[in-house]
Structures are given as C-alpha cells and as structure tokens.
Design a protein around this ligand. Structure first.
Ligand code: SF4
Length: 366
C-alpha cells in the first residue's frame, strides 16, 4: 500500500482539517513534487519489500490541481505497478476545467479509481462550505469522468450541518444515487482543529447540529443506500458489491503502508512503528514513534469494529474488556458476523443499526 499526499488546494473548505497549502507559485508545487520523487527513490526498497503493495492512493489536498506534467512525473517516480487499485482524489471544478482528455491521460497513467469531493448538491450548502464548485459542476464533472471511461467512481458527501434540513439531505442522497457511482463515502460534519469551522463556532456564528438530527440523516442515508444495493462495509463507506475500497480496507486491517509527501503517515512492516512526515512544504522531515502494546490494542479494535467484517472472536477476547463484551453482546450492540464467502467465520461486529454510536461502543470495550 502506497499513499502519496499532495498538499495543495486552490482554497480552503470551511470544515477541513487536512494538511494543505494554498499554492500561489507553480515553482512551490514543482519543488514539492521533486522532493516527493526524491523520497520515493530513497524508500524504493521499503516499497518493494512489502507483499501488500498492490494499492496506490494519491490524495491530499487536491491532487487534481497539479498540472498533468507534474502528476505524471510523480507517478513515474513510484513503483511501476500494475496496481490492484490505483485511486486519485479530484475536485469537480478541476475535472470540468481540464475536461475529458485530462481524465483519459490519468487513465493512461494507470489510474483506475477516482474519488471526487462532491459534498453536497445544494448550492447554498456548497457556498457555506467554501467549495469552488456548484451542484451543476459536480454533475458535469461526473459525466466527464464517465465519458472518459472511468468505471470506478467514489463520491464524498457530508451530512449533519445544522442548516441542512432532512428534506434537503434526502434530495442530496437521491441526486447522488441518480449519478450511479460505484462507491459513496459519507461523513458527519465534525469540528476539526484549526479549521474555519472551529473559529465560526468560537465566534458564535455557527451552532452544531443536534445528535438527533445527525442520527436521522445517517439513518436515512443507510436506508436509501441499502435499498439501492450498496453494501455498508464501514461506518462511513458504502459500495456496490465488488467496489469496496481495497486501499482503505487494508488500512482498517492494519496492513503496513508507505506514506510519501508532506504530512503523510506510514506504518512500517511489523505494525509497531509509525513514521510521519512534517507538514511543511516544499521541504519536510520524518519522525518515528514506536507504538506500545496499548496503542496497537486500541487501534486494532477501533479500526476493525468500524467495518462490517468486524473482528475475529479470538482477537475480541484478547483485546477487549471481557465484561464489556458480555454486556454489549446481551444488548445487541456486538453480534456475530454472518458467514459469507468474503468474510470468514467466528467474527463479531457492531450491527449497522448501532454504527451511529460505534465510537461509544468501542470506548466501552476499551
Ligand atoms: S476538503 Fe479537500 S479541497 Fe477542501 S481544503 Fe480540505 S483538502 Fe482542500
């Protein structure tokens, strides 16, 4: 698994807490990409050594702000593949501006999956989020991706804004389904440290949505996507069968990965050392931390129990508080996973109707 962080955006979204810079000078992007290529060369053995290096994910930031020449230089600096899954994150306005030929060039470079940040199909909500696109551009971008031949598209949506009515949310979900993407990632608005939203709240200019409103919107989403044939395979992720994200699914199983670029994290083979790059451009340095048994226990439980494949019975017994497991099993908040060809037996999960409170359930197990 290789992750590359492209830390540039054209503007900042109200809710965003990811590391990114507004790029004002092309030379800054060039220098940063040159440094990521240098890092890739230095870590070539590390990437080649892992048997699990079959997914490549280029995220950010907004990788689609890179000129094609820079994007292609970056891809050519990475192991040549082919990858079982090669995803690039894009924003709708870049796809509309650059058009079908740009997307075809991405496909020629080996990209097979596109993850597009749509977030909403309501122009008022998009303006509040400080997104650069409107709903028409999101629809147009989606059509361009299809016209270019992208057969695996994921779109991101956000719910749980206090000024997002249930009716508007339902309309948004319906519009997303009309486009017929293969995958939908859907996140509840959260207040990230350092985001513009954090400041709006501190200044009394935004009041967070109530838990009941968020729950209603999440339930509506789960109902509609289940009826449309999506598998709810992780708390925030839904896929048509066979289109579950391989990269993220491996991350949730704590498969080691190599993260390149400013702000990127890596989990080294053995799963006991985390390395992360400083979030500075264009030059960045790396720091390492040895994970304790307790860090690994908490991470393993948290990641596994947010998915529909859950956790092996033996691991649940080894990692979780036995009294809490007993309590939660009697309350129906932890249930056996129904055996399926893709999921082996003797596993336990949080059922879908408890996904909304998964954080509390996991806290109790710790
Ligand atoms: S949400 Fe995406 S596009 Fe918006 S600021 Fe964050 S990284 Fe950039």
């Amino acid at each position: 698994m290789i992750y590359v962080h492209v830390p540039f955006c054209k503007s900042f979204c109200t809710y965003c807490g990811f590391y990114s810079e507004v790029c004002r000078q092309p030379s800054q992007m060039e220098e940063c990409i040159a440094n990521i290529c240098r890092e890739a060369a230095l870590r070539r053995d590390e990437m080649a050594a892992s048997a699990d290096m079959d997914t490549l994910y280029i995220g950010g930031g907004t990788p689609s702000v890179l000129p094609l020449s820079l994007f292609s230089r970056l891809v050519r600096a990475l192991p040549p593949g082919p990858y079982g899954e090669f995803t690039v994150e894009v924003n709708p306005e870049d796809i509309v501006e650059k058009g079908v030929s740009y997307v075809r060039e991405l496909l020629d470079l080996g990209v097979g999956r596109i993850s597009m940040g749509v977030q909403s199909f309501d122009d008022g909500i998009l303006r509040w989020m400080n997104r650069r696109h409107d709903a028409d551009r999101a629809r147009k971008a989606f059509r361009i991706l299809r016209e270019a031949g992208v057969g695996n598209i994921s779109i991101d949506l956000i719910f749980g804004l206090s000024h997002l009515s249930d009716e508007l949310w339902e309309k948004t979900v319906d519009e997303a389904l009309e486009l017929a993407p293969e995958h939908i990632s859907c996140y509840q608005l959260s207040v990230e440290e350092g985001s513009a939203l954090e400041k709006l709240i501190a200044d009394g200019r935004y009041r967070e949505a109530s838990e009941e409103q968020c729950r209603r919107q999440y339930d509506l989403l789960c109902r509609k996507l289940a009826a449309a044939g999506f598998r709810h395979y992780e708390v925030s992720n839904f896929a048509r069968p066979g289109f579950e994200a391989r990269h993220n699914s491996a991350y949730w199983r704590r498969v080691p990965y190599v993260g390149l670029g400013p702000g990127a994290h890596s989990l080294l083979p053995g799963g006991r050392i985390r390395r992360w790059n400083a979030d500075t451009v264009p030059v960045y340095t790396a720091t390492e931390e040895h994970l304790t048994d307790e860090d690994i226990r908490v991470e393993a439980l948290m990641l596994a129990l947010r998915t529909d494949r859950g956790i092996a019975g033996a691991d649940l017994a080894r990692l979780a508080d036995p009294a809490a497991v007993e309590r939660l099993r009697s309350a129906g908040a932890i249930v056996p996973v129904a055996e399926r060809s893709s999921i082996p037996g003797d596993r336990y999960r949080i059922p879908e109707d408890h996904f909304f409170v998964s954080d509390e359930i996991i806290r109790e197990l710790l």
